[in-house]
Ligand binder design. Structure first.
Ligand code: FAD
Length: 426
């Protein structure tokens, strides 16, 4: 009897113990689950916070992406043939950050390490698409053949490097968008945009900006006359794009001129006028001269338009042009300058040479080179700053407005000429 009572007590004790252990396990499991959930919640919260911060940062940079100093690495993401000898390069920043907006008409500056060249080669290329794409920039480059009067000369250094050596996934070093040649998109004044050959690029950026919705989702109704001059269908760059834009935008009137159409080029089907873009044509086509004119193209076209539009009564303030090289600068400046001789003397102090200035050289850089004096140079159009040279004494004047005007103690030799006797530290 006594044994049975002890056995029963032991059993009860065992059952209580087992229950206690089970409860303990349950509690611990629940506690673990709660802790685990807490941990997961904490993780979720952290993740949400990270994502919120990332989004906020992204939004901040998207609405106000900062520009950069010096050169930034870009990858060529697409290389697209646009016409004979003309290729577009789509560039994405390697750091993946959004790109600052630019003003339609501005350009990029490239620093290219071209095999065989002692120094990096600096060249400028206009942005050819609208600024509405925060993930890429586009430039459109023509491979430069040797000039007609020097057929044995090498083809263009940088443009050949882009065409023949650089491929998709390659990297290039790029300076931020810059330049004072751009369309004021806050205005609604009627426009005439004129591109000759690859000079279409800044005008294309302007056209695309006008015909795409702006950041507020609005479309511009700005009256726009777009003229393109090229030889024929072979070098008719962005043909389908231009056709589509003109067809879908009532405010855009497209006029394509072929200077040497092929037999298979039919007027009305792809091009509108046989011949070049001239002031005569503009007078015939445009209702008046009350427009802002933006143009860029080969030297002769630039010189003729600048002079002819002035004679037609278009105020200088309404003439906006971009020179791709010193020939275009000279063509425009030549229309203004009648000086053929000069008594001005130029001293190059490092070379210890003093020479009489020759106005037909066009620029101080060209004058130095003609006399065997090597000065630094880059874009040859006053934009990249490579030719900045200290002035020891004297004054210069600029043939065209520099991208960024240096102070009076130095000058951009590629676009300046002397005003007085001059001593350059070169
Ligand atoms: C603001 C700006 C925007 C621009 N935008 C564009 C653009 O959108 N697209 C574009 O295609 N270009 C553009 N350019 C022009 C571009 O920057 C280059 O000038 C162009 O590509 C030629 O450079 P390159 O290095 O290929 O030729 P370079 O090597 O500078 O040669 C220029 C020419 O000289 C010839 N040459 C070379 N050596 C000799 C020699 N010994 N004797 C005689 N001739 C010789 C070459 O054959 C070539 O025809 C722009 C220029 C500026 C300033």
């Amino acid at each position: 009897m006594f044994d049975a009572a002890i056995g029963l007590s032991a059993l009860v004790f065992l059952l209580v113990l087992i229950r206690y252990v089970i409860q303990l396990i349950n509690n611990n499991t629940r506690l673990f689950a709660i802790t685990q959930r807490g941990y997961e919640l904490e993780q979720e919260l952290t993740r949400a916070q990270i994502s919120k911060t990332v989004n906020e940062t992204k939004l901040d940079t998207e609405t106000d992406p900062i520009t950069w100093k010096g050169f930034r690495r870009f990858q060529i993401i697409f290389k697209v043939k646009e016409a004979k000898d003309i290729v577009s390069f789509y560039l994405a920043p390697v750091d993946g950050k959004p790109l600052p907006k630019f003003l339609p008409g501005q350009h990029l500056t490239f620093r290219l390490n071209i095999p065989g060249q002692a120094k990096p080669v600096i060249r400028c290329y206009s942005l050819s698409d609208s600024p509405n794409h925060s993930d890429y920039y586009r430039v459109t480059i023509k491979k430069q053949s040797p000039p007609a009067d020097a057929k044995d000369a090498p083809p263009g250094l940088s443009s050949s490097f882009f065409h023949d050596s650089l491929i998709e996934r390659d990297y290039v070093d790029v300076g931020a968008p810059s330049g004072h040649y751009y369309l004021d998109t806050n205005k609604n004044t009627p426009l005439v945009l004129i591109g000759g050959g690859v000079g279409i690029t800044p005008l294309l950026s302007m056209l695309n900006t006008i015909t795409e919705k702006n950041s507020k989702g609005k479309l511009s109704n700005r009256e726009t006359w777009f003229f393109l001059g090229c030889h024929n269908r072979q070098d008719h760059v962005m043909k389908e794009h231009l056709k589509r834009v003109a067809k879908t935008h009532k405010n855009v009137s497209l006029h394509v001129c072929y200077s040497s159409p092929k037999e298979s080029d039919i007027a009305g089907n792809g091009f509108h006028h046989k011949g070049r873009v001239t002031v005569e044509l503009l007078k015939n086509v445009l209702p008046s001269n009350k427009y802002e004119f933006y143009f860029c193209g080969p030297p002769k076209m630039m010189g003729d338009l600048h002079e002819g539009l002035g004679e037609w009564g278009v105020p200088e303030d309404n003439l906006h042009f971009e020179a791709f090289n010193s020939n275009s600068i000279n063509a425009i400046a030549g229309a203004e300058s009648v000086e053929t001789e000069s008594s001005i003397k130029i001293t190059f102090s490092q070379s210890q040479v003093t020479l009489p200035w020759n106005p037909s050289s066009g620029s101080l850089l060209a004058f130095a080179e003609e006399n065997g004096i090597i000065l630094n140079s880059g874009c040859r159009a006053g934009n990249c700053g490579s030719c900045l040279t200290p002035i020891k004494s004297g004054l210069v004047t600029y043939l065209v407005e520099p991208g960024k005007k240096p102070d009076a103690r130095s000058c951009l030799t590629c676009i300046s000429i002397p005003k007085t006797d001059l001593t350059l530290d070169g």
